[in-house]
Design a protein. Structure first.
Length: 433
């Protein structure tokens, strides 16, 4: 027969009262009852509160009723064949205390994983079915960050979705900043909190009423923080003495990327099938993964020259990021450059000054294109190729301001031919008499 025993594990003034439910020699379950007591008021011999005060008598009565409740639940469970676990015991305690029991999806990390698992069926920003690989990777990093936060701050205890409010976010932000994470990454995590909580609400998971007030944080990049390859540096890369086949192939992708302005995911998926003739010009036509937009980019003579001896073969984004660092190092792209980098995968970014080749990544292709051709090609055309939604976003992306736009406009005005002639009246000789 199952037996119940209450006990304390400390001698403090607010000792938790535990229950041990022994069903058999192999099954002995232990959980907190949710009640506390001054250890001095506990009868260790009888394993009950001393009934010397009215409140202690009331506490003993509650414990007696809890024991009856658990025993009755035990009998019902035997009939259904359900396994007896500590989770089962916790559920009975929660039900007795009129406390909403914690289910699996109440736990933040569990719900994030559910969201990731359902990624192929989620609506994306293009109103289509399926989240992008980049979005899924972002969610996986978010989950890993939460696990680190739980280990560091909560001693491994799981975070519940209902406990995520503005106060929670402030503490989380401070923790991330203390760990050296960038402002933009902190902002992305806050946006992820909002997304997960709102989705959980659709599945009847309790959330804070403050969720809709969650606002991310971001930092504006200073012009010196924008890392690009100018045309002189691209020429150094083009002429670098490289003999390794993998680096020769990656160099083609790098130089081509700086001339067509696409995200790395789109760039590395281009093949010969994307190259087409349009009247007298050669274009690359592709559908951008993130926006779903079809774009046609004319191949400049420099790009045609890169492809003359063959189209580069496909490589992964990870390899591309690895190889272009080696290429830029070989080309002498080593100017001291302020940047944020990760020393190890999964670690926060560290801001410092590094040789430029060390901070090169795939994103430099699109940013170099936008920066180098700004002012030479009308901004709306550049935005159409780079897929920036607004001019403000585009200018921020390349480290320009509205003042730069004003100067650019003045340059255009100065090139206009001024009207220096005045109207002239032509006198026609009157031939009549």
């Amino acid at each position: 027969m199952a037996t119940i025993k209450y006990f304390l594990q400390s001698k403090s003034e607010t000792s938790n009262i535990y229950v041990r439910y022994s069903i058999s020699r192999a099954i002995m379950l232990k959980r907190k009852t949710g009640y506390v007591i001054n250890a001095k008021d506990w009868n260790n011999d009888k394993s009950v509160p001393k009934t010397i005060k009215p409140e202690l008598k009331a506490l003993k009565l509650k414990l007696d009723k809890l024991a009856t409740f658990i025993n009755e639940a035990h009998n019902n469970t035997v009939a259904t064949g359900t396994a007896f676990t500590v989770e089962w015991l916790q559920l009975q305690i929660d039900l007795f205390n009129n406390k909403t029991p914690i289910v699996e999806l109440d736990i933040l990390t569990n719900y994030i994983q559910k969201y990731i698992d359902e990624a192929p069926y989620k609506q994306n920003a293009k109103k289509e079915l399926g989240l992008s690989n980049g979005r899924v990777q972002n969610l996986k990093l978010f989950k890993n960050t939460i696990v680190k936060y739980e280990a560091d701050v909560f001693k491994g205890k799981s975070i519940l979705i209902k406990d995520i409010n503005l106060q929670f976010l402030e503490k989380f932000k401070m923790w991330m900043f203390d760990k050296g994470y960038s402002t933009n990454y902190v902002g992305k995590n806050i946006a992820n909190y909002r997304t997960i909580c709102l989705d959980a609400s659709k599945n009847d998971i309790e959330i804070s009423t403050q969720v809709k007030s969650f606002r991310g944080v971001s930092e504006s990049r200073e012009p010196e923080d924008i890392i690009t390859l100018n045309e002189d540096e691209q020429e150094l890369i083009k002429n670098a003495p490289i003999i390794r086949e993998a680096l020769l192939n990656a160099r083609k992708w790098l130089l081509l990327g700086c001339l067509i302005g696409q995200r790395a995911g789109d760039l590395l998926n281009i093949s010969k099938n994307n190259i087409k003739g349009l009247n007298d010009i050669t274009i690359i036509e592709l559908k951008q993964q993130k926006t779903g937009k079809l774009v046609a980019i004319p191949l400049l003579p420099e790009a045609v020259e890169i492809l003359e001896d063959g189209f580069p073969y496909h490589i992964s984004l990870t390899r591309f990021n690895e190889y272009i660092k080696d290429i830029c190092k070989e080309a002498g792209i080593d100017k001291p450059t302020k940047a944020r980098i990760k020393e190890k995968k999964g670690q926060p970014h560290i801001k410092d000054v590094f040789p430029k080749w060390q901070v090169i990544s795939s994103h430099i292709c699109r940013r170099s294109f936008a920066t180098n051709f700004y002012g030479r090609i009308p901004t709306p055309i550049l935005m159409n190729i780079t897929a920036h939604g607004t001019e403000r976003m585009f200018l921020s992306y390349i480290g320009k301001t509205t003042y730069d736009s004003a100067y650019q406009m003045m340059e255009y005005f100065s090139k206009l031919t001024p009207k220096t002639t005045n109207p002239v009246l032509e006198v026609i000789k009157n031939t009549g008499n």
